[in-house]
Design a protein around this ligand. Structure first.
Ligand code: ZN
Length: 531
């Protein structure tokens, strides 16, 4: 039996950016888009070109993604022509594969919020879809407040959806904007809609205000919708959007869906789901939700007792799916074998071949456990993990030694009488028999240290010349009895490749230095620098 294709649309970078406390930089957006692409998401909505400088810049360049990179924005303003609406023009000019328009579909909102007539709103939908089609874009229409609108005036809500479909919009997306609709209502209303618009042109966009955004998404699919919109980790304003990190494994692993539908996420990509979910949290500088379904640290933890002994005999007794399928791990058994397979999976993920019977793998596992217990986060710091693994497996040469460093921060008045804070670092490096000393000023102690470290590495200098630091994140952790600082540093090289390294210490400079060193050494390994 051929399966039906179900499409996934991610709006982490647009609706997810509305999350309280979340503020994506351009680098964040590009990194998250790459993660989504790696996962196999069909549509990546990048943002709202014209609404802020980040999104305008994001859409100023053609982005190379397998996914359809989608720009979001409003239909033409009432009372204007499509050709004479600067907002619409920005959207049409955006370097995007698809355009997702948002339009009102609740007659009450059209009157009160938009202050226009129902006919003009529909004309605006038609004109906008047509204009985007003429530009060669694939078009989606988000029908805002669709479910509330449908309850109030089903004829009008449907007329809005139909107008877009008739003009050739690939998808008409039914939005539960206020998030208050319940699954049985979603199923009933979507069932009505697909009598008028074929289900393979209908999407669902659910918000989580009754904690049923995921259930509502599945209710819509059961009723015939074939596109699900959501965000990574359920990011989104108020209570969030439908969580794709929960939806994807359910679609892949639960036979009711898996036997009927194909999605763009491969089994191999599904294995990376926990990693991707945690990497996003690290990027946002938030602690991952331990209790997140499928990917949370506690999702497959069983406390001792009869469950644990049953799980030891056969994990399926107390697990609804196998944790490895989503890249998570079982945690009752700290049996050597379980942890080892986990490390082997990580090695495979970063492309290191290893023999599972190699005793050094057991040693690596011990080191990872010890270090994670004191605050290292290897899921977020691929490069540090890879270095640790290569070192334990005996494959990292000792390129250079830092024999001493000194960082000094001084606040004083300058010649103009202004109070300034100046940071200065001195680093002593030994490369082979050659000793070098470099000093640099920076806009902070870590910056100064970085500048000094990378100023002169002798024969290795040419390998690190294109290295830049693109992000620096600090978190205070309570590991054990005292607070420690975790520093994550993201680096980029001349080829646009990025990697993240980690350092942990009670002292922020020390933690930063570890992460800086890992970054430089990682670059040398990656470039195949000779010893
Ligand atoms: Zn929304």
């Amino acid at each position: 039996m051929t399966k039906e294709r179900l499409y996934l649309f991610d709006t982490t970078l647009r609706d997810g950016a509305q999350t309280n406390g979340v503020d994506f930089t351009l680098a964040d957006k590009l990194a998250i888009a790459a993660m989504l692409d790696e996962l196999g998401i069909d549509y990546v909505e990048g943002g709202y070109p014209g609404a802020n400088p980040t999104d305008t810049e994001l859409f100023g360049t053609k982005r190379k993604l397998k996914a359809k990179f989608t720009a979001f924005g409003m239909t033409r303003r009432p009372g204007r022509s499509a050709a004479n609406d600067p907002g619409l023009a920005m959207l049409l000019d955006a370097q995007a594969d698809a355009i997702c328009f948002v339009a009102k579909s609740w007659d009450y909102h059209v009157k009160v919020a938009l202050e226009t007539t129902g006919e003009e709103n529909i004309a605006s939908i038609r004109d906008s879809v047509r204009a985007a089609k003429a530009k060669g874009r694939e078009v989606l229409l988000d029908c805002e407040h669709f479910f509330d609108g449908y309850k109030a005036n089903p004829g009008y809500a449907l007329a809005c959806a139909r107008a877009a479909h008739e003009e050739g919009a690939r998808w008409v997306v039914l939005c539960d904007t206020n998030g208050g609709t319940l699954p049985h209502e979603v199923e009933k209303i979507v069932g009505d809609v697909v009598k008028v618009i074929p289900g393979d042109h209908v999407g669902i966009h659910a918000h989580n205000d009754t904690e049923q955004a995921v259930a509502n998404s599945f209710a819509a699919v059961r009723a015939g919708a074939r596109q699900i919109q959501g965000t990574l980790n359920g990011l989104g304003e108020r209570c969030g959007n439908a969580n794709l990190v929960s939806i994807i494994p359910t679609l892949k692993l639960k036979p009711d869906y898996a036997d009927r539908f194909d999605i763009g996420v491969s089994d191999a990509a599904l294995n990376k789901l926990a990693h991707i979910s945690h990497a996003l949290d690290e990027r946002l500088n938030r602690a991952p939700n331990r209790h997140a379904p499928y990917v949370g640290e506690s999702a497959f933890v069983t406390k001792a007792g009869i469950h644990a002994s049953a799980i030891l005999k056969d994990p399926a007794t107390y697990e609804h799916v196998a944790p490895e399928r989503v890249g998570n791990r079982r945690k009752v058994l700290v049996s050597e074998q379980a942890g080892k397979s986990n490390v082997l999976a990580e090695l495979e993920r970063v492309g290191i071949k290893a023999d599972k019977d190699d005793p050094r793998i057991t040693r690596l596992l011990e080191i990872v456990k010890e270090r994670e217990a004191i605050g290292y986060a290897y899921e977020a710091a691929d490069a540090s993990f890879e270095l640790l693994a290569r070192r334990t497996l005996g494959a990292v040469p000792n390129y250079f030694d830092v024999t001493q460093f000194d960082v000094n921060v001084e606040q004083r008045f300058n010649a103009a009488g202004e109070q300034v804070t100046v940071a200065m670092a001195v680093v002593k490096v030994k490369v082979g028999d050659e000793s070098m000393i470099s000093a640099a000023e920076g806009n902070g102690p870590v910056n100064a240290l970085d500048q000094a470290l990378r100023k002169d590495l002798g024969k290795y200098q040419k390998y690190i010349a294109g290295l830049t630091l693109s992000d620096f994140r600090v978190r205070i952790l309570n590991a054990g009895t005292e607070a420690v600082t975790r520093v994550l540093i993201e680096s980029e090289d001349e080829n646009g490749e990025r990697w993240t390294t980690v350092g942990v210490s009670p002292n922020i400079i020390d933690a930063s230095f570890q992460a800086l060193m890992d970054s430089v050494v990682f670059k040398l390994v990656k470039s195949g620098a000779p010893v």
